[in-house]
Design a protein around this ligand. Structure first.
Ligand code: GTP
Ligand code: MG
Length: 150
């Protein structure tokens, strides 16, 4: 079953949006597989965003991500990566439709509340980076299994 790494960024934690974001992924039907409040180091964040290190906004992005704790989570279910990004909205919140998290709660690309993996391969890399002790996907009870995994 596909997994994705979703992270509430420091502005999302500070604004009290953790519950709102959890609620949307739960309501959609994804299984919460891991969840942790973390204080990542600069080196850890540089590794997470290594594909962007040549971008002009990279130092500002790292500074923003260091401005407070983040909440890392793993969600499991059908097309979790693609649908997870739909729930988040576009990178630029102004281009995000209302109904998405960024569309409902943000206006600034540099303060866009949340992160979502962009491919299943990157999701597995990110899960290994953020949850190095491993993540266990619990088997659901029969009734819920039928609903989620059919
Ligand atoms: P993530 O889910 O956070 O990875 O966002 P994304 O996949 O939608 O976008 P991308 O990976 O290209 O960029 C990572 C993050 O860098 C974005 O979420 C923004 O916070 C930030 N970012 C991207 N483009 C810009 C930009 O043009 N200016 C600024 N200030 N930040 C940017
Ligand atoms: Mg990205």
């Amino acid at each position: 079953m596909e997994r994705t790494y979703i992270m509430v960024k420091p502005d999302g934690v500070e604004r009290g949006l953790v519950g709102e974001i959890l609620k949307r992924f739960e309501a959609k039907g994804y299984q919460l597989t891991a969840l942790e409040l973390m204080h990542p180091t600069k080196e850890h964040l540089e590794e997470h965003y290594c594909d962007l290190k040549e971008k002009k906004f990279f130092p500002g992005l790292i500074q923003y991500m260091l401005s407070g704790p983040v909440v890392g989570m793993v969600w499991t279910g059908k097309e979790a990566v693609k649908t997870g990004r739909k729930l988040l909205g576009e990178t630029n919140p102004l281009a995000s439709l209302p109904g998405s998290i960024r569309g409902d709660f943000a206006i600034d690309v540099g303060r866009n509340i949340c992160h979502g993996s962009d491919t299943p391969e990157n999701a597995e890399k990110e899960i290994a980076l953020w949850f190095p002790r491993g993540v266990k996907t619990l088997k659901r009870e029969k009734g819920i299994d039928a609903l989620i995994y059919e």
